[in-house]
Ligand binder design. Structure first.
Ligand SMILES: Cc1cc2nc3c(=O)[nH]c(=O)nc-3n(C[C@H](O)[C@H](O)[C@H](O)COP(=O)(O)O)c2cc1C
Ligand SMILES: O=C(O)C(=O)c1ccccc1
Length: 356
């Protein structure tokens, strides 16, 4: 099954309101389309007669060596996609050797997510995504839940001082989760009772002080997700971040920002090798992974494709998405004369219409 076929199958099986929730973006959905079309503006310039019969696509990330430079980006409410929800995603990611970033908005508690991953592989890598909460004790309780569950890194999302205006959800009147579904990690924590789309309180004015405080709360590596400006990448390093994720939240927050891929090179320059630079947004095929790596990314995240695989075929569908991306990437690497990820360098990408 190709990613496109899984997307079509998901669209057919899902409640159209839930399909729209995942597919949609903010406002006029300009950034949503820009993320994907940015990849069409870059082309690969392969090197020849320098390849290898077998390639090493493994990647070293904070707290984990993984099979391929692809991770599952944090997305909310997997049980809206499939009854097995996050457990299926966790088993699939672990079996395929990919990092799973599970998050505060998961419909399965983080300890159950890590337990499911461990059923599929002895040494999975599950990271936990959270927001800076208005109340420090809520943030701290989530950090302890993630640590106790066995997560190996934290991801703090910093592009969501306010919820994005999701046009399709507003049009569809989608505000509450169906009965029996909730943001399980929020259970028994102060704040609104779980059950609505927006019941995860987020600080409306988070600061670097709050971030640094969180980083000091834990011995786990902490990555910052939602960096677009190179100066913020430098600040992240100065405040104890173990990695940055260039992301515009899949076009679901500010609808007037550049494509994530277009923000990558300046962040890579600013970080200058001091920490891994991850990116997400619009990655749909193996050659997209190769382009992002050539532009300096250590690994790329996928959000919606995983949701479509989950909706279409549960665990098998997520495995198909991750395996397809890895195979396509390995194939592209071979065609570019690469033996390992680091062989993809900046001189091997050109803008459409240009050559070296
Ligand atoms: C349905 C949905 C829910 C999301 N929920 C979260 C979330 O809870 N936390 C977060 O940091 N990012 C969230 N994101 C953003 C993703 O982590 C990621 O940045 C984005 O989906 C990447 O773009 P892609 O879908 O084009 O791969 C969500 C994205 C989608 C589509
Ligand atoms: O939908 C989203 O993009 C998202 O990030 C989110 C976060 C918390 C609760 C629900 C959705």
């Amino acid at each position: 099954m190709t990613l496109r076929a899984l997307h079509d199958a998901a669209r057919k099986t899902l409640d159209p309101v839930h399909y729209d929730y995942v597919a949609g973006g903010a406002d006029e959905e300009r950034v949503l389309s820009a993320n994907e079309s940015a990849f069409d503006r870059y082309l690969l310039l392969p090197r020849i007669l320098c390849g290898s019969e077998t390639r090493d696509t493994t990647v070293r990330l904070p707290g984990a060596r993984r099979a391929a430079p692809v991770f599952v980006a944090p997305t909310a409410f997997h049980r809206l996609m499939h009854p097995d929800g996050e457990r299926a995603t966790a088993r699939a990611a672990a079996a395929e050797g990919a990092v799973l970033v599970t998050g505060t908005a998961a419909t399965t508690a983080v300890d159950a997510v890590v337990a499911a991953a461990r059923e599929a592989a002895p040494d999975p890598a599950v990271w936990f995504q959270l927001y800076l909460h208005p109340r420090r004790e809520v943030t701290e309780a989530l950090v302890r839940r993630a640590e106790q569950a066995g997560c190996t890194a934290l991801v703090v999302t910093v592009d969501s001082a306010v919820f994005g205006r999701h046009t399709r959800d507003l049009r569809n009147g989608f505000t509450d989760l169906p009965p029996g579904h909730a943001a399980e990690n929020m259970r028994d924590l102060p704040g609104a009772p779980p059950g609505t789309l927006t019941d995860i309180p987020m600080s409306a004015a988070p600061t670097w002080r709050d971030f640094a405080e969180l980083a000091r709360m834990t011995a786990l590596p902490v990555l910052v997700k939602g960096i677009l400006h190179p100066a913020d990448a430098r600040l992240a390093l100065g405040h104890g971040a173990s990695g940055v994720i260039v992301s515009n939240h899949g076009g679901r927050q500010c609808d007037a920002v550049p494509a994530a891929l277009d923000c990558l090179p300046a962040v890579v320059d600013a970080v200058a090798g001091r920490t891994p630079v991850l990116m997400d947004g619009g990655v749909r095929r193996g050659s997209d992974i190769a382009v992002a790596l050539a532009l300096g990314a250590t690994a790329v995240g996928v959000g919606r494709p995983v949701m479509w695989g989950l909706a279409a075929e549960g665990e098998a569908g997520v495995r198909a998405v991750l395996a397809t991306l890895r195979d396509e990437y390995d194939h592209t690497l071979a065609l570019c004369g690469g033996r390992r990820n680091a062989d993809l360098t900046k001189d091997m990408v050109v803008r459409r219409g240009e050559t070296r």
